[in-house]
Ligand binder design. Sequence first.
Ligand code: FEO
Length: 398
Amino acid sequence: MHYTVKVKENVHWIGVNDRKTHLFENLWPLENGISYNSYLIDDEKVALIDTVNYSSTEEYLDKIRSIIGGDRSVDYLIVNHMEPDHSGAIRALVEKYPSVKIVGNVKTFKIVEAYYGYKDNLYEVKNGDELDLGQHKLKFFSTPWVHWPETMMTYDQTDKILFSGDAFGSFGSLDGGIFDEEINFNFYEDEMRRYFSNIVGKYSNMVQKAFKKLGELDIQVVASTHGPVWRNNPDKVLSLYDRWSKFETETGVVIIFGSMYGNTEKMADYTARKIAERGIKNIRVRDASKTHLSYLINDVWRYKGVILGSAAYNAGMMPPMEHFTRTMEHISPKNHYLGLFGSYSWKGGGVKTLNKFAENIDWEMVAEPVDVKGVPDEDAFKACETLAEAMADKLLQE
Ligand code: FEO
């Protein structure tokens, strides 16, 4: 038997968990799974807010039927976001309830047509428009690029619930606990930041614009499309997203390196040790050849200090470091201290190309890059120590 959960009287969580998919968007590891949250408002008119992924359609339709019974229909499907992890059940829903009106904006409908070919039964809303379900009065807010151009949020003025789409979401399935008061947030905090930084972080300025648009709304429940529903302390998730989208970081350093035969790795380890000796406790050392990009992005979003090391490879940097730095330029997080180091055997290229990255990303360099030929000697380690001290001092001055 599938369960549904009441968020408020007549407002139901009808989401599903996905513990089978390895990679979200076929890119980002889901070792702890993910939930696709959909909501049903059972009023004079029945409204759904977003659907679920395609593979959970049968479970999803069962959940709807368990609440409204076999004789009633769904009147409105509100589409806050068209990415297929939420729109995957639209075709099955329309086939089951052919009179359902799809509620969205002009941009939503372009994607609805492109994905499903639907041109009829569309109910267009603009920023600030309202929809009366009976007891529940909904209001729509256009929040483009959080996370696609069509994205919007829906506010239930009756129960003060913000149906926020991807915003305020998290990786991690809902393992029994649905609400913030039912979960141990220690597990979700890292998964939430990883979700934010991987999926939404590139659009941080649009998250800030969305905050301004939501203004002084009395938000008593934050109901996102992924992860916990926040009804005990919604301010917590709102303030975390506010911090992350303003690039506010913690005192700490992530050292990310690419090393073929261990010379660059030795420099990474030594630099980390010297930073620790200076009193910094949050230090992570990551081998880019092993740790997935998803976790590297998360570390950068967490820590103010970033130190990058690369061996030379075909006169450039190690390919995993190239992938990492290209991604950083693309998503462009701000407000970091930067240090660089690396090693080479003949012509160099690792630190040289890291320097080009430094020019493009425009983070504050704390010391001269350390570029070493062959096995690092005493002078090389001394230079790493200088870099470590400069980074630690900058962080301690914050
Ligand atoms: Fe959860 Fe942008 O989809």
